[in-house]
Design a protein around this ligand. Structure first.
Ligand code: IMP
Length: 424
C-alpha cells in the first residue's frame, strides 16, 4: 500500500489562490499538512458555509473527515491561533481535527517587537514584512536558541529557555523597553496557552508516518510562493522559510520519494506585496483597475498588492525549480473581466536579451524590461465550465503558459467559489 501525496505551493510571490486549490484536493483527503510559514499567510476559501481567511489553520478544515496538521516546518503563533480557532468556531466550523506539531518553532510576542525594530533599521523602506515576527522566529530556530511548541507543556522548560533568549534580545536592542522583552510577561501567558492548546499539540511525525504506510491521501499545503523562498527567491525581499516543493516536503516531514504530484499555483496575472523588483508590473490607471477587479488587497495586512502581467520568465524559473507535474491557474475570470492579457518570454537587461530570471540580484531585476511579448484579447467566460468552451484566445493564453513552463495545466480557477473550477 502506498499513500498519494500531493504538494501544492505558490509559483510566484504568494497570493495565487492556494487556499482554493488545497480546499479542492482536501475534500477527498485524509490529511492536510501545512508545511512552512506562519500567520503571515492568508488563505482565502469560499464554500457553501461562507468566506473564510485562514492564517495558520490548514485549508482542509472544511472537510470534517480530514486531519489538519500544522507542520514541523512552520513557525507557530499561539496568540493568533487561539483567535483564529475562536473565530472559526463562532462561524460553526469544527476545529477538533487540528493537530499542532510539537516540533514547530514558537513565535513569541517578542518576535513581533523584533520584526518591527529590524524593519525600522533597514534602509530603503525595509523588506515590507507582515510584522508577524516570522523572520526573528525562524532566526531563533536556526540559531538553536528558540522555543518549540512542545515547550509550552512545561513551565520550567519554557522559562529555562526563555530567560537567556530574552536577555540576548535586550542586549541587542538596548534602547527598546517593551514588556515583551521581559520574562514576567510570559508567566501567565504560557499557562493560558497550555490550557488552550494542550489538546492540539502532538508528535505529528508519528501520525504522518502512520498515514504514509496506509493507502491514504495526503495534501501538503505551502504558504507564500516560490519567489519569496529564503534561498531561491528575490532576495532580500523574501520570507524566511523554504517555499519550494522541496522545502514543503522537509517542512511537512514527508520523504521526497513519497511525492506523487507537485502542483504549482499560478495566478493568471501576477501580484506582489512588499518591496522588490517586478518587471511586468502594471502601474497607473490600468494597474489600479486590475487591482480593483481582482480585489488585490492583502488578506493578512490589507495592504494594496502591486499587480502586473503574467511573467513567463519567472514562471519558467519557478516550474524548473519546483519540478511541477501540474499547474493550477487561478483567476482567469478576473483577466477576462479586464479584457486583455499578455505574457513575456524574455527580458531586455542592459541592452541584451535574456530568458534567465535574476532571482539573486534585485538591482538586475529592477532593470529588466519584458520582451518577446504575446498579447491576447480576453472575453467573457462567466458561462464557461469546460476548457473546450473557453473563447479561443483564452485557450491560447492557457496553452502559452503551459508551453513556456513545459507543464500541463490541470485546474483553472474561474471564480471564488469551490465549484468555480475547470478540471482538465
Ligand atoms: P514576512 O514573511 O512577514 O517576513 O515578510 C517577508 C516578505 O514576504 C514581504 O514582502 C511580505 O509581503 C511577503 N509575504 C509574507 N507572507 C506573504 C503572503 O502570504 N502572501 C504574499 N506575500 C507574503
Amino acid at each position: 500500500m502506498s499513500a498519494e501525496v500531493i504538494a501544492v505551493n505558490g509559483g510566484k510571490w504568494g497570493d495565487e489562490g492556494k487556499g482554493k486549490i488545497v480546499d479542492h484536493f482536501a475534500q477527498s483527503a485524509d490529511v492536510v499538512i501545512r508545511a512552512q510559514g506562519g500567520d503571515n499567510a492568508g488563505h482565502t476559501i469560499k464554500n457553501g458555509t461562507g468566506k473564510f481567511v485562514l492564517h495558520q489553520v490548514p485549508s482542509g478544515i472544511f472537510n470534517p473527515d480530514c486531519l489538519n496538521i500544522i507542520g514541523t516546518g512552520t513557525v507557530f503563533n499561539p496568540v493568533s491561533f487561539i483567535n483564529e480557532i475562536a473565530d472559526l468556531q463562532e462561524k460553526g466550523v469544527d476545529v477538533s481535527n487540528i493537530r499542532i506539531s510539537n516540533r514547530a518553532a514558537l513565535v513569541l510576542p517578542v518576535h513581533i517587537i523584533e520584526d518591527k525594530l529590524r524593519e525600522g533599521q533597514r534602509e530603503n523602506g525595509g523588506i515590507g514584512t507582515t510584522n508577524r515576527g516570522i523572520g526573528p522566529a525562524y532566526t531563533d530556530r536556526t540559531s538553536r536558541d528558540g522555543l518549540s511548541v512542545a515547550d509550552i507543556n512545561d513551565l520550567d522548560t519554557f522559562m529555562g529557555k526563555l530567560k537567556p533568549l530574552l536577555k540576548r534580545k535586550r542586549d541587542s536592542y538596548p534602547g527598546a523597553d517593551n514588556p515583551q522583552l521581559h520574562t514576567d510577561y510570559y508567566e501567565d501567558l504560557r499557562g493560558q496557552w497550555f490550557l488552550e492548546l494542550e489538546e492540539y499539540i502532538t508528535d505529528s511525525q508519528a501520525l504522518i508516518n502512520k498515514y504514509l504506510s496506509h493507502d491514504s491521501k495526503i495534501v501538503i499545503e505551502g504558504a507564500q510562493g516560490t519567489l519569496l523562498d529564503k534561498d531561491y527567491g528575490t532576495l532580500p525581499y523574501v520570507t524566511s522559510s523554504s517555499t519550494t516543493i522541496g522545502g514543503l516536503l522537509q517542512g511537512a516531514g514527508i520523504p521526497p520519494s513519497a511525492l506523487t504530484q507537485a502542483i504549482g499555483v499560478f495566478k493568471a496575472y501576477d501580484s506582489r506585496v512588499g518591496n522588490g523588483g517586478f518587471p511586468t508590473e502594471l502601474k497607473g490607471e490600468e494597474g489600479d483597475r486590475l487591482r480593483e477587479l481582482g480585489h488585490e488587497y492583502g488578506a493578512t495586512t490589507n495592504r494594496p498588492r502591486r499587480v502586473g502581467w503574467f511573467d513567463g520568465v519567472a514562471a519558467l524559473y519557478s516550474s524548473q525549480l519546483n519540478g511541477y507535474t501540474d499547474i493550477a491557474l487561478t483567476r482567469l475570470d478576473t483577466l477576462s473581466e479586464f479584457g486583455k492579457a499578455q505574457i513575456n518570454y524574455g527580458y531586455q537587461l542592459d541592452g541584451e536579451q535574456t530568458d534567465i530570471f535574476p532571482a539573486n540580484d534585485n538591482d538586475a531585476l529592477e532593470k529588466c524590461i519584458p520582451c518577446n511579448i504575446s498579447k491576447f484579447k480576453m472575453e467573457d467566460i462567466s458561462w464557461v465550465r469546460k476548457f473546450k468552451d473557453l473563447p479561443l484566445e483564452a485557450q491560447f493564453y492557457c496553452n502559452r503558459i503551459s508551453q513556456i513552463t513545459d507543464t500541463r495545466i490541470s485546474l483553472i480557477g474561474i471564480g471564488e467559489g469551490r465549484e468555480d473550477l475547470i478540471i482538465i
